[in-house]
Design a protein. Structure first.
Length: 121
C-alpha cells in the first residue's frame, strides 16, 4: 500500500471539490476564498497542482477540473456530405458524444449544450 500516493490523491480530490464549489457558487476566487476562510495563494497553489495532475500521464491520477474538455476542429472530409459548405463548422466530442455545429448555430445554445455535457450526472 502506497500511503503517500493515497494521501496525495485524497488531497487532490478534496481540492477538486473545493474548486467545483467555487465554480458552482459563481463567486470570484477572491470572494469565495474570503467567505471560505481560504488564503488565495493556497487556492491557486492547489489549482496549479490539480492542472498538473490532470496533465501528468504518469501520475495515474485521473482528475480533470470541471469545465475542461478537448475541442477539435474537424477536417472538411470528416463531415457527412451535404449541400452546405463545411467551413466554419466545429466538432466537439466528450464522453463518446460528438456535436457538429455550423457557424449559423446560435452560440448561446451551443454554450448551454456544452455546459450540460460537462455537468456531472
Amino acid at each position: 500500500m502506497d500511503t503517500r500516493r493515497i494521501a496525495a490523491e485524497y488531497r487532490l480530490t478534496h481540492w477538486a471539490g473545493i474548486m467545483s464549489e467555487r465554480q458552482e457558487s459563481g463567486l470570484s476566487v477572491r470572494a469565495f476564498c474570503e467567505n471560505s476562510g481560504i488564503h488565495e495563494n493556497t487556492y491557486f497553489y492547489w489549482q496549479k497542482r490539480l492542472r498538473e495532475a490532470a496533465c501528468d500521464d504518469e501520475s495515474g491520477i485521473t482528475l480533470i477540473p470541471s469545465g475542461f474538455m478537448e475541442v477539435k476542429m474537424a477536417e472538411p472530409a470528416a463531415f457527412p456530405s451535404s449541400s452546405t459548405t463545411s467551413s466554419g463548422q466545429i466538432s466537439v466530442e466528450c464522453s463518446g458524444v460528438r456535436i457538429i455545429a455550423g457557424c449559423e448555430y446560435p452560440a448561446d445554445k451551443l454554450a448551454a449544450l456544452l455546459r450540460e455535457m460537462v455537468r456531472p450526472c
